[in-house]
Design a protein around this ligand. Structure first.
Ligand SMILES: [Zn+2]
Length: 172
């Protein structure tokens, strides 16, 4: 229990490390739904802070100034996450006419203290803004975004079986 709370404290200072293909997918989703806001999440194994599974969500508001996850989708998502021992690592949405910074409404609805809140702005047709924030108790802190090469995070984590090293031991 102590180790868990210590890890969470460290995570508050951490950057968002995100695979390049997920950045591209989020931007593509935002462009596709423009001028309405696009939204979704990236799940990852609980406690790892690693975004591994992108889940585009429906903006139930279909609005250029506001987003809200479809409640049925959100319910199914959280059942899936619980069953797979995953958690929400990233919550993303787009702003289509303003900068990539959380609005007052975004801040008041931010209910995932462990999550990175990613904002994408599609207000310019030829370039996008991609920023990440922590939102905890109404306080917004911007953090760095580290884009890692696609696929770097795909290796399985629960592989404890030593493989080829056993051959060397037998021969010696
Ligand atoms: Zn917003």
């Amino acid at each position: 229990m102590i180790r868990v709370s210590a890890a969470r404290l460290v995570r508050l200072d951490s950057v968002l490390s995100i695979p390049a293909d997920m950045v591209e997918a989020i931007v593509a989703h935002a462009r596709a739904d423009h001028p309405d806001e696009a939204c979704g999440i990236i799940a990852g194994p609980a406690g790892t802070d690693r975004p591994t599974r992108l889940v585009p969500m429906t903006n139930a508001e279909r609005s250029p100034t506001f987003y809200r996850f479809d409640s049925g989708e959100q319910l199914r998502l959280h059942k899936q996450l619980d069953a797979a021992a995953e958690e929400v690592v990233v919550v993303y949405h787009s702003h289509t006419a303003t900068e990539a910074y959380p609005s007052r409404t975004d801040i008041s609805y931010a209910g995932e203290p462990q999550a990175h809140y990613v904002l994408v702005s599609t207000r310019k047709p030829d370039s996008h803004e991609f920023r990440s924030f922590r939102i905890i108790d109404g306080e917004v802190t911007e953090e760095d975004v580290e884009i890692i090469s696609a696929g770097a995070d795909v290796e399985p984590t629960s592989n404890d079986v030593p493989g080829s090293t056993e051959t060397d031991l037998v021969q010696s």
